[in-house]
Design a protein around this ligand. Structure first.
Ligand code: FAD
Ligand code: MLT
Ligand code: ZN
Length: 480
């Protein structure tokens, strides 16, 4: 990871892995739970973008909370650093080692424990893949409160550890609201049982929130209980185009006013995203090929009345065209058209990495200003790179991606710290949903006060005094 973490030195306080350590892990996990095979460990050392690469020699695959507890208790005593890993789809370098940290993968903990089909409460192990959980709860007449392009690989434990946002956030809100309980193993091996399934519980500090979004730096999430909304029978998806950003904004307000309760997604993409998707994704079609519009918006509604919901969306589209907010638009007539619309939006990340190097910024910015940074960035960087703006407009969350054939320091110096300073000036967030990871551990001050960062460091020291959990990530090295 020299290219991405040149400023960080390996912390000499950590031990190096010995053959005795490996023997101990085998005694706890058996041969299959201790992966030394170079090819398999290599996969776990590199992130989804191929941007961050560690040098771990060991991947551990526990099958129970008790095994996770034994691993951490041992690593804590031995001062072996650990990286918790879920589906390894994280985008900020948080899920892979920086040096030789032991990787603790949760993939072996993928059991559904229970489902309360009266209240829609799912309890499962942290290593369950999100898409499998979706399929399971949908068969019971419910849906997961979150959905994202990485659903086929990401784990619910990884989602919770990053506090993933995604495509349903506008309707169902954050995991801070939807997670009812957690079981977490602390750095010293203590098992913290907070696995309640109650909707309301105000007894003392709500500790689970510390672990939601803490990116594996405070403990390993082993079990979760999640509130799942009812699955509603009617879903409609529209793909629209706008000639300018102001129209996108007005359209969002109009959608909130007239679609109100049935609005379930409001995603936007500029035309650079569409061009890229058409170039790199197989089997997708531009739903609005007639002319090159500047912006595209995907609107989804989900409700309980098939004909009423569709009429509502059609009327909204018609009115928005008459008002001049929408240049052109189409409503999906069947599931395959709807999934084509979604494939374009969800496929932007996959298409981006095919170009070579991606500099990814995930920003919360007041909606009025949100697209300004994309245009400023385009002016700054010129034609040698491709600048994309897309994201969860309904949540004020911009994804600014800068694509280049390869990573280089000059380009990076043009982008940073400019993008962070700009965002900070708008009182925005430098991480709306992806987290800080390795990429932004040293940048937290752009979005949080010194007092807040100091308190975070105190909490980290309290829960993980030897700093074995996910080192070099989330918080600045200097204060730990
Ligand atoms: P990993 O990548 O394995 O890990 C992420 C972080 O969580 C790491 O710091 C890791 O140490 C920690 N961690 C993982 N599991 C545990 C555990 N059990 N206990 C403690 N710590 C743990 N993110 C969004 O927010 N919204 C999106 O819309 C979105 N779309 C995406 C689309 C694509 C195509 C891709 C590749 C990524 C996308 N992401 C998105 C980012 C990523 O998918 C999410 O951050 C996801 O929640 C990570 O889950 P994971 O299981 O892959 O975790
Ligand atoms: C998205 O919304 O597509 C995700 O957050 C992933 C990404 O930005 O690459
Ligand atoms: Zn996103």
């Amino acid at each position: 990871s020299a290219a991405t973490a040149t400023h960080i030195q390996r912390n000499p306080a950590y031990s190096e892995l010995s053959s005795d350590d490996v023997s101990y892990f085998k005694s706890v996990l058996g041969e299959t739970g201790v992966v030394l095979d170079a090819d398999r460990v290599a996969v776990a050392n590199v992130d989804w973008m191929g941007k961050y690469r560690g040098a771990s020699q060991l991947l551990l695959l526990p099958k129970s909370t008790a095994e996770v507890s034994k691993i951490l208790s041992y690593c804590n005593t031995r001062r072996l650093a650990v990286v918790p890993q879920g589906g390894n789809t994280g985008l900020v370098g948080g899920s892979v080692p920086v040096y030789d940290e032991v990787i603790v993968g949760l993939a072996g903990m993928d059991k559904i424990i229970s489902f309360d089909n009266v209240n829609g409460i799912l309890t499962c192990e942290a290593g369950c893949v999100l898409e499998n959980l979706s399929t399971f709860v949908e068969n019971e007449g419910f849906i997961m409160p979150l959905d994202l392009g990485a659903k086929g690989s990401c784990h619910i434990g990884g989602n919770i550890s990053t506090n993933a946002g995604g495509l349903r956030f506008i309707r169902y809100g954050s995991l801070h609201g939807n997670v009812l309980g957690l079981e977490v193993v602390l750095a010293d091996g203590t098992i913290l049982d907070m696995l309640t399934t109650l909707r309301k519980d105000n007894t003392g500090y709500d500790l689970k929130h510390l672990f939601i979004g803490s990116e594996g730096s405070l403990g390993i999430v082993t079990k979760v209980s999640v509130l799942t909304p009812a699955k509603l029978p009617s879903t409609n998806v529209a793909f629209l185009s706008c000639n300018d950003y102001t129209s996108c904004q007005k359209l969002l307000l109009a959608a909130r006013r007239s679609l109100g309760g049935i609005l379930s997604a409001f995603e936007f993409m500029d035309h650079h995203c569409i061009d890229l998707a058409m170039r790199h994704l197989e089997g997708v079609q531009n739903p609005l090929p007639a002319s090159p519009y500047k912006f595209y918006v995907l609107i989804e509604t989900t409700g309980s009345d098939e004909s009423y919901d569709k009429t509502k969306l059609e009327a909204f589209l018609l009115r928005s065209m008459e008002d001049g907010l929408v240049a052109d638009g189409v409503i999906a007539q069947d599931i395959s058209q709807a999934s084509n619309f979604w494939r374009i939006r969800e496929g932007i990340s996959e298409a981006s990495v095919k170009v070579g190097a991606v500099y990814k910024y995930d920003l919360s910015i007041p909606v009025e200003k949100l697209y300004d940074i994309v245009e400023e960035m385009r002016c700054r960087l010129g034609d040698s790179v491709e600048v994309l703006g897309y994201g969860h407009l309904g949540d004020g969350n911009l994804h600014l991606n800068i694509l280049s054939s390869k990573y280089d320091d000059n380009t990076l110096a043009q982008i940073e710290p400019f993008v962070y300073e700009w965002t900070s000036k708008q009182r925005g967030s430098i991480s709306a949903e992806h987290g800080l990871g390795l990429m932004k551990a040293e940048k937290i001050h752009y979005s949080k006060s010194p007092e807040a960062v100091q308190l975070m460091a105190s909490i980290k020291k309290l829960l993980d005094p030897n700093s074995i959990l996910n080192p070099y990530k989330v918080l600045p090295q200097s204060i730990l």
